[in-house]
Design a protein around this ligand. Structure first.
Ligand code: DX5
Ligand code: ZN
Length: 237
């Protein structure tokens, strides 16, 4: 009898995806999808994550992609695939995104009728559990959930589009998240998303941010590879 060695997408992952900050997370929302393989090749799986923005033209006005694209990304990189779900009632699609290869699933507090159940569904799927808040949502609103999170995403623009201006006043929430964790011992990383470039990343870093999503500041620059290096340097300072 011949035995065939089973291969799984998991075997291709690096033994230790980076979970120690600072971490840069290029957002493919700003990438050229006709060259996705090249666009993803600048991501270093030992240092960076890949950020994927899922939008439903309902929770946000824009419409992007679903699990099919995540499956393609999964094939093209061994980096941690960080999926940001800007969709109403994401619970219904947790399994589909996880099966497609998402390593981390972030849902919006404002998009879930039963947030506790949604976070449990993400945990049960085996993905890392992320919770995001829009600029108008207070830090206090996430406090009851912080103990069960792997990631807290503080939006630094209104979700929906790349290339918007960074909202510096959101850094109060970043600082509050850092303080809460020091006092209560949570294990979540603090991610910022929206208007992140080397200068704003430095401000966010000073406030306590640890994962830095950047679309335009990487993929819409003349040299995305060098731009990502600039971002990595800025957050390492
Ligand atoms: C916005 C998305 C972001 C977007 C950021 O709703 O969540 O991830 O890609 O784009 P930049 O970095 O261009 O502001
Ligand atoms: Zn995002």
């Amino acid at each position: 009898m011949t035995t065939t060695k089973k291969t799984s997408r998991r075997t291709a992952e690096p033994p230790h995806p980076p979970l120690t900050p600072p971490i840069a997370a290029p957002s493919i929302l700003s990438a050229d999808f006709s060259r996705l393989k090249e666009e993803l090749s600048l991501v270093d799986p030992a240092r960076d994550w890949v950020h994927c923005d899922v939008m439903d033209n309902h929770f946000v006005p824009n419409l992007t992609f679903g699990p099919i694209l995540i499956k393609a990304v999964r094939k093209l990189t061994v980096a941690l695939v960080d999926v940001h779900l800007m969709i109403e009632e994401p619970e219904r699609l947790v399994a589909a995104f996880r099966d497609a290869g998402a390593d981390s699933l972030t849902v919006h507090l404002e998009a879930c009728a039963d947030l506790a159940a949604t976070l449990h569904a993400v945990r049960d799927s085996g993905a890392r559990v992320g919770l995001a808040i829009k600029p108008g949502t207070s830090f206090e609103a996430v406090e009851p959930y912080l103990g069960g999170l792997d990631l807290l995403l503080v939006m630094t623009v209104e979700p929906g589009f790349g290339g918007q201006e960074f909202m510096a006043d959101m850094l109060e929430k970043v600082a509050a998240a850092k303080t809460w964790r020091e006092r209560n011992g949570g294990r979540y990383l603090i991610e910022v998303d929206g208007g992140i470039a080397p200068d704003t990343a430095r401000q966010a870093r000073a406030a306590g941010a640890e994962v830095f999503v950047a679309g335009h500041a990487v993929y819409r620059q003349p040299g995305p590879r060098l731009a990502l290096d600039d971002l990595r340097r800025a957050i390492a300072e």
